[in-house]
Design a protein around this ligand. Sequence first.
Ligand code: ZN
Length: 119
Amino acid sequence: MHPHLEILLEIQDLKTQRRELEETGAEREVQETVFGLGIDGALGQIDEKIVEMLETLPPPVRNRYNRIAARQTRAVVPVIRGTCYGCFVQVPTALASDADRNEEVRSCQSCGRFLYLID
Ligand SMILES: [Zn+2]
């Protein structure tokens, strides 16, 4: 997989983790005990890591990511059987059946989200 695509997926995973931390308000106390640094501290660390990782991406990829992430929960989506799972539009066959799958950073022409191919 292209290293930029890997970073994008990791950032997305961190954001999911962040959302889950925020949403588990009822377990907050328990988690604070476990983490030792409190939820706010944990969120802060995730935010720092996201910024750090975004900075490793070339500006065009980073800017595109920021544009999509501002509007969408998921900026990186899978292509399954030729369909973009962000907007559920068929992606061009050439893109969906590329021999060098995921060795390039590509985006859906319909919704702009980054794509990764899975079988
Ligand atoms: Zn799409």
